[in-house]
Every structure is written in structure tokens, then in C-alpha cells.
Design a protein around this ligand. Structure first.
Ligand SMILES: O=C(O)CCC(=O)C(=O)O
Ligand SMILES: [Fe+2]
Length: 332
């Protein structure tokens, strides 16, 4: 069957091959023309559908496989073991386990059928790292690897937008791999459990409700189960089918605001297309440094300037996620 990619449908998620600028290359060995073409391709996708599949990114497949294996090992533990690592929601710099039902996008619907583990480097909450050999070390290493890819893409976005300083976004994320108190980028391991024989999803329950992400950009590694759907420019949802060897990358809300709606933060969701099978994904939510003041780069007053940390708190409050002085650090 011919796919959208075969048909060259430009309104749908394109595959961008970034081999010329993969994370193993030194920036000074990269051909300027290749870089400009990539910047143009990435910009075109992010200013229309808001999503790309990135191919030949340079993250070794065995490193990705290892993270999925550690994730499986964590979620396969008995519930009472996982419950010992429940993430304190009061601090965006915290890490830990988020059980089924703890997070929701729509209070009027049953909670999403998912559980997750949030990780950041240099967390003061080291007691929430599970007792699984190499878990903390490998997960933090993967966080840093994802940061590298994220910074490459932020550079391409800066070029694609024609910013005078093409490193502008890179500089606004320079603390991405440092302590979470400076930058809230999180690596989230996600597990969507299967429903057992004789059981089913509740009416209106899904795996991950329709939402946009909060920060600047998201990297999304999915297994081969399927279920991720992205809203098209015409408003309907279409499957973002897993493509082996690629990372799905999407623009998030803060970046849309920063670019005065030039880049699109597109609604997406995960439906139970294969509900008897578990689905796993690993998500890297990229945020600007917490103290960054975000103002529209076109010089307009489309949105008032706001510090990223205030923006994040406001978003949680708007969606009922802020309880008392609690702030939870999630995408939504
Ligand atoms: O699991 C996925 O593929 C997507 C999840 C997602 O969009 C999110 O957690 O923000
Ligand atoms: Fe998302």
C-alpha cells in the first residue's frame, strides 16, 4: 500500500535525514550547504504539521534498546515496589514513578491508562532511583545523549527561522544537562499496560488524551505497537506510524509562543489501537532554562514576555494540575 511518504504528501509528517549533522559529527566538519538544506527542511515541517521523523540521528540503537529494557524491568516490578518510588509532585526538579491515575488531561474523563517514570540528572531526590543495576547511570547518560540531539535540532530551528544569532535557542537551553533546578528537561519512561482478557478500557478512557506539550520541543521514541496519532492541518487525527530507526520530534507550546505562532505545537494523543499489547515509549521533554524570559522573536507583542518557570506554573494552574503550592512537571 502506498504511504503518505511514497506519495510525497507534504502536509503530513516528513522524514528528515540528519546524517550530515548527526550527534557524532563535530560542528566544524559539517558542510554549510547540507546544514542550510536541513535547516530549511526542519523549518518547513515545524511551521506546518509541527512534527518530523528524524532519521540517522546518531544515537546508537543499542543505547535506545537498553533504555527500553531498563524501562521494562522497572514496570514489571510488583506494584508495591514501584509505589516506593512515587515522584513528589511538589517540585519540578523531582524524579520518580507516576502511577496509573495520578495524571490526567481531562478531569471529566477516566484517567489515562499509563504509568511513567520521570528522570533528570543531578536530582536531589536520589532516593527515588529504583534499585535496578545501572538504571540511574544509563538513564542519566541517555538524558545527556538526547540533550545533544535536541541542541542540534534547536540550532537548525534557529537557522531555519533566519535568526541573526543562529545559536539563540542553543544558548537559551545551555543548562539542559545540568541540575534540574536550572533546567527542567525530563526523560520520561512510559508504559501503557495491556488490558487482560475479559477486561476493557472504560468508556472514554484512552492511553494518552489529546494534548500539546508544554516546553520547547519533544523527542519521542516509540516501540512498534502503534497508537500515536497527530492532528493534521485539516483537524482530523492520523496515526504517526512507528518507523524503525527514527525519533519523532515535535514542537511544544513555549516554542510556538516564542516564534509568535510561526512554529506549530500540534495536538497529539495515544489511542488503544492494540489494547491487548503493552505499549512503551521514551520521551524527552526539552525545556528552556528555567530563568529564560520568553518574548516573541518577531518583535511583536502577540504574547507578553514571561519567564519559563512562571509559564510552567501558570500552565499547571490552568489545567488544574497545581494543588496548593504543588507544581508537577509534565507535558500536557
Ligand atoms: O507515548 C507517546 O507516544 C506519546 C506520549 C505523549 O505525547 C506525552 O506524554 O506527552
Ligand atoms: Fe505529548
Amino acid at each position: 500500500m502506498a504511504t503518505d511518504h511514497d506519495r510525497g504528501d507534504c502536509s503530513w509528517i516528513p522524514i528528515v535525514d540528519i546524517k550530515a549533522f548527526d550527534i557524532t559529527k563535530e560542528e566544524n566538519e559539517v558542510d554549510r550547504k547540507d546544514l542550510e538544506k536541513l535547516a530549511n527542511d526542519v523549518f518547513k515541517a515545524f511551521s506546518t504539521i509541527g512534527f518530523v521523523y528524524v532519521k540517522n540521528h546518531g544515537i546508537p540503537q543499542d543505547q535506545i534498546d537498553n533504555i527500553f529494557r531498563l524501562s521494562d524491568e522497572f514496570f514489571a516490578q510488583p506494584q508495591e515496589t514501584k509505589d516506593k518510588f512515587v515522584r513528589p509532585m511538589s517540585d519540578p526538579a523531582a524524579i520518580g514513578y507516576i502511577p496509573i491515575g495520578r495524571e490526567y488531561f481531562d478531569a471529566n474523563k477516566p484517567a489515562d491508562l499509563k504509568e511513567s517514570f520521570d528522570a533528570v540528572p543531578g536530582s536531589e531526590y536520589s532516593q527515588y532511583w529504583p534499585n535496578i543495576p545501572n538504571f540511574e547511570e544509563d538513564v542519566v547518560k541517555f538524558h545527556r545523549t538526547c540533550a545533544k540531539l535536541g541542541l542540534r535540532l534547536l540550532k537548525l530551528i534557529g537557522m531555519g527561522l533566519g535568526l541573526e544569532d543562529s545559536e539563540f535557542f542553543v544558548k537559551a537551553h545551555e543548562k539542559i544537562s545540568s541540575r534540574a533546578s536550572n533546567n527542567t528537561a525530563i526523560l520520561r519512561l512510559l508504559h501503557y499496560p495491556p488490558v487482560k482478557d475479559g477486561e476493557d478500557f472504560l468508556p472514554e478512557q484512552t492511553r494518552c488524551g489529546e494534548h500539546t506539550d508544554y516546553g520547547s520541543m519533544t523527542l519521542l521514541f516509540q516501540d512498534d505497537t502503534g497508537g500515536l496519532e497527530v492532528q493534521t492541518v485539516n483537524g482530523e487525527f492520523k496515526p504517526a506510524t512507528p518507523i524503525p530507526g527514527t525519533v519523532v520530534v515535535n514542537i511544544a507550546d513555549m516554542m510556538q509562543r516564542w516564534t509568535a505562532d510561526g512554529l506549530k505545537s500540534t495536538p497529539h494523543r495515544v489511542v488503544p489501537s492494540n489494547k491487548r499489547k503493552a505499549r512503551r515509549s521514551v520521551i524527552y521533554f526539552i525545556d528552556p532554562d528555567r530563568s529564560t524570559i520568553v518574548r516573541p522573536l518577531d518583535g511583536s507583542n502577540k504574547y507578553p514576555p514571561i519567564s519559563y518557570v512562571n509559564y510552567l506554573s501558570q500552565r499547571f494552574a490552568d489545567t488544574g494540575m497545581l494543588e496548593g503550592n504543588e507544581v508537577i512537571n509534565t507535558a500536557a
